[in-house]
Design a binder for this molecule. Structure first.
Ligand SMILES: Nc1ncnc2c1ncn2[C@@H]1O[C@H](COP(=O)(O)OP(=O)(O)O[C@H]2O[C@H](CO)[C@@H](O)[C@H](O)[C@H]2O)[C@@H](O)[C@H]1O
Length: 478
C-alpha cells in the first residue's frame, strides 16, 4: 500500500513528546512490511539548522481566498523512510514547535490548517497517490476535510485514517482568526456558538476511520468520562473507532547495548543495573546507596501526568526510606512546587527542570521504580521503556497503562508492576507504599518481577501488522 503519513513531529528531526517516537517507529515498521510509506512534516527551524536541504521541486502554491501561500518542499531520509518537509519560514522557522516556551503561538490554528493542505499538495507535487492518508492528532486533523473538498481526481481513491495520540489537545480556535480556512463556506455548520472550530472534532467528522493508540483508550473515548468532552462526537463514529497499542523501539531502548549507560545488562544478568543506579544517584546529587529504593519520573510537566494528586502528598511520600528523581519541563506551577519540595528534602528529592535523551536513558536504567500515575494516558511509552530496563512501573489503571502493566495483586505470577484505580492522592500513596514494601520485604520476588518485565515485548512489528489490517479496512471494497 501507499501511505502518506502526515504528522507534526518526528523523533530525531523535531520532538516535543511521544507523538514523535511513534512517527519515527511506525513508518519504519510499515516500510519493513513492504509498504511505500512517506512522511510529510513541517520544516521547522530546528530541522533547518540541522540539515540545510535543497528544494526538491519548483515552489508550490496554495490559494486561499485572495491570499497566495508559496512554499518549498525539502526531502531527507529517516533510515528507509522518505521524509518530505514543508518549508514555509513565516510559519515554521520559529523558536519552538508550538510555543516560544512560555505561550502557545497565537496563529497555531492557521499554521496547521496551512500545513495540512500543504501536505496534500506535496503528495501531488511528488506524484504520490496514496491509498491511505494517515493523519495524527489535532495538527493534521483537517486533512480528511481537505481531501473531501479536493476537486481534482488525484485523491479520488485515497482514504483517510485519523489517529488520536492525545485527545486532550483538540486545537480549538476562533474560526475568524484562521485566514487559511475562512473561505470554506462548508465549515459554517462546524462552528460552535462561541465562534470556535474544533480541529479534533473535524477529524472525527471527516476521517474514514479513527483509531486511538491503545485499545483501552479507544474504549474510554466512547464514554462520557474518558472522551475529553466529545462524547457525542465519538459515539456518532463508534463503529469506526478502534485502538492499536503503540510499540516500543527495542533497538533504541535496550539495556544490553545502550550507549548512554555506564554498564549494560540484560534479563539474565541484571547486575549492571546497580552500577547505573549508583551513576544516576551520583550525577543528580542523591546519596549513593543501593539499599534505598529510587523512584524515577520523567515526563512533560502537565496535569495529564497526575501531578494534581502527587504534589499534595510529596512530603508524606518522602517520609519513607526512598529517593525520588523527577525530570521534565512544562507547567511552571508544577515546576515551582517541585523545586520548593526539593529544597526542603535535598537528600530525598531531586528535580531537574530539563530534558535530554541521555538522562532519559540513565533514569530508566538507574531507577528501581518508574512513577507514571497519569490522570489519563492514551498509551504511554515510558512505562514500556521502564519494563525493558527492569524498572518496575507504578501506574494508574487508565488508558494504555492498563493494557501494558500487570498488577501484583491481580496476577501475582505474571505481575510486572503496581497499579491503582482512583485518581486521588491516597490511592497513589497506598500504591507507592505497597511497592516500597515489596522492594524491602521480597527482594527475590522483586528481581523475578523485573525479569518478567524485561522479557515482555510490545513490538512495532505487531503494531504495524494491526495498522496494515486497519488500512485495508479503510480501502474501497472493489
Ligand atoms: N520535556 C520533554 N521534551 C522532549 N521529550 C520529552 C520530554 N519529556 C518526555 N519526553 C519524551 O517524550 C516521550 C514521552 O512519551 P509518552 O508516550 O510517555 O508521553 P506523551 O504524553 O508525550 O505522548 C502522547 O502520545 C504518545 C504517542 O502515541 C502516547 O503514548 C501518550 O500516551 C500520549 O500522551 C518519551 O520519549 C520521553 O522520553
Amino acid at each position: 500500500m501507499k501511505i502518506l503519513f502526515v504528522v507534526s513531529e518526528v523523533e530525531d528531526l523535531a520532538k516535543t513528546g511521544g507523538l514523535a517516537d511513534v512517527a519515527k517507529s511506525l513508518p519504519i515498521a510499515l516500510r519493513a512490511l513492504g509498504h511505500d510509506v512517506r512522511i510529510v512534516k513541517p520544516y521547522y527551524r530546528q530541522l533547518a539548522e540541522k540539515f540545510a536541504l535543497d528544494n526538491l521541486t519548483e515552489p508550490q502554491k496554495l490559494l486561499s481566498g485572495d491570499k497566495e501561500y508559496c512554499f518549498n518542499i525539502k526531502r531527507l531520509k529517516l533510515e528507509s523512510v522518505p521524509v518530505y518537509c514543508v518549508d514555509y519560514p513565516e510559519y515554521f522557522h520559529r523558536n519552538g514547535l508550538y510555543s516560544d516556551g512560555y505561550e502557545a503561538f497565537g496563529d497555531n490554528a492557521e499554521r496547521f490548517a496551512f500545513f495540512s493542505a500543504a501536505a496534500l499538495q506535496t503528495a501531488k507535487a511528488i506524484n504520490f497517490q496514496p491509498d491511505v492518508i494517515h493523519c495524527n492528532d489535532w495538527h493534521t486533523a483537517l486533512c480528511p476535510f481537505f481531501v473531501k473538498q479536493d476537486k481534482s481526481e488525484f485523491f479520488a481513491r485515497s482514504r483517510t485514517l485519523y489517529t488520536i495520540h492525545n485527545g486532550a489537545y483538540q486545537g480549538i480556535h476562533k474560526f475568524s482568526d484562521i485566514p487559511f480556512i475562512r473561505p470554506y463556506a462548508e465549515l459554517a455548520s462546524q462552528i460552535d456558538s462561541h465562534g470556535n472550530l474544533n480541529y479534533l472534532r473535524m477529524g472525527l467528522r471527516y476521517a474514514d476511520k479513527i483509531n486511538a493508540v491503545s485499545p483501552n483508550y479507544a474504549r474510554e473515548l466512547l464514554t462520557p468520562l474518558g472522551s475529553h468532552n466529545l462524547y457525542q462526537d465519538f459515539q456518532l463514529r463508534a463503529n469506526d473507532v478502534s485502538g492499536i497499542l503503540n510499540g516500543c523501539d527495542y533497538q533504541q531502548w535496550d539495556p544490553a547495548t545502550d550507549k548512554f549507560l555506564p554498564k549494560t545488562y540484560n534479563s539474565e544478568s541484571i547486575k549492571g543495573k546497580a552500577a547505573c543506579k549508583a551513576a544516576l544517584q551520583e550525577e543528580v546529587g542523591l546519596p549513593v546507596n543501593d539499599n534505598i529504593p529510587l523512584v524515577g519520573m520523567l515526563c512533560r510537566l502537565t496535569e495529564q501526568k497526575g501531578f494534581g494528586y502527587i504534589l499534595p502528598v510529596l512530603s508524606q511520600l518522602l517520609q519513607h526510606n526512598v529517593q525520588l528523581l523527577v525530570i521534565g519541563t512544562g507547567d511552571p506551577v508544577i515546576s515551582d512546587v517541585l523545586e520548593f519540595n526539593a529544597s526542603q528534602h535535598p537528600d530525598k528529592l531531586v528535580f531537574r527542570n530539563d530534558f535530554s535523551t541521555r538522562m532519559a536513558h540513565l533514569l530508566e536504567a538507574g531507577s528501581d521504580f518508574f512513577l507514571m500515575p497519569s490522570l489519563f494516558e492514551p498509551c504511554g511509552l515510558n512505562q514500556m521503556y521502564s519494563l525493558a530496563y527492569g524498572t518496575i512501573p507504578i501506574v494508574r489503571a487508565v488508558g494504555g497503562l492498563r493494557d501494558t502493566v500487570l498488577d501484583l495483586q491481580m496476577l501475582p505470577d505474571q505481575a510486572t508492576g503496581f497499579m491503582f484505580e482512583a485518581p486521588d492522592s491516597s490511592a497513589l500513596l497506598n500504591c507507592v507504599r505497597r511497592a516500597l514494601l515489596f522492594y524491602h520485604e521480597y527482594p527475590q520476588e522483586f528481581i523475578a518481577m523485573q525479569q518478567r518485565g524485561m522479557r515482555h515485548r510490545f513490538t512495532w512489528y505487531d503494531a504495524a501488522l494491526n495498522y496494515q489490517a486497519l488500512y485495508q479496512h479503510c480501502l474501497p471494497m472493489d
